[in-house]
Design a protein around this ligand. Structure first.
Ligand SMILES: [Zn+2]
Length: 212
């Protein structure tokens, strides 16, 4: 581990302490937020209400940590995405994915647009952090943008399939990352309207199905 990465982790630990956040690395490959089923597990999460930041230490942990840490920065700034109103929208969406509640197509669209907007804002923050000369974390900007864009466009398939990924995480799929821009974060509209090729590849890579 480089000195710059150690320093960054030290900053995260201190920032978490200052804000009453419990920060842990998990030995598990996938982690679920409190109250969520294993169907919704991912490489890491930040939960403002529960004050928890957890990352799997298994794959690309630094990329996950820097992403989740920037959600914590949004929360520190009282961004709308961490309001009670947003929390109940997110909860409905996760419950809908687990098929516990029904939502109208309009409700689903409204929520997924808000989620993608939150994720885009987070990714823009990550990119300025990894390109800041003081940080030197060794994360390539173009490589990071590609995996961020693959994740954003994956949400279109989450809605279509009413399911979280059941195979490979979009952030781990090089085939998906080859199909998205490397020089900018895609818009909400672009994320929700991926190319046919992206859709087909995403179904193969992230879900246990292929395109009809
Ligand atoms: Zn995120």
């Amino acid at each position: 581990m480089t000195a710059a990465i150690k320093k960054f982790i030290g900053e995260v630990v201190l920032d978490c302490q200052d804000h009453g956040i419990t920060f842990t690395f998990s030995r598990d490959e996938k982690v679920s937020a409190p109250g969520e089923g294993p169907e919704l597990a991912s490489c890491g999460f930040f939960e403002g209400n529960d004050k928890i930041l957890t990352c799997s230490r298994v794959t690309s942990w630094l990329w996950t940590l820097i992403h989740e840490y920037n959600h914590m920065q949004q929360w520190k700034e009282d961004a709308w995405w961490f309001s009670d109103e947003a929390a109940s929208m997110w909860q409905d969406f996760w419950d809908w994915l687990e098929k516990k509640v029904e939502l109208s197509p309009e409700q689903v669209q409204k929520t997924v647009k808000a989620i993608i907007a939150c994720e885009r804002n987070c990714e823009e923050r990550v990119i300025s952090m990894i390109t800041s000369t003081q940080k030197r974390l060794g994360i390539g900007k173009r490589a990071y943008i590609k995996q961020a864009n693959a994740y954003l466009a994956f949400y279109a398939l989450v809605v279509e399939k009413q399911s979280w990924y059941t195979k490979t995480s979009p952030s781990q799929s090089l085939r998906l990352q080859a199909l998205v821009p490397a020089n900018r974060i895609i818009s909400v509209e672009e994320a929700l309207n991926p190319s046919k090729k992206f859709r087909k590849t995403c179904l193969e890579e992230c879900f246990n199905t292929s395109a009809p």
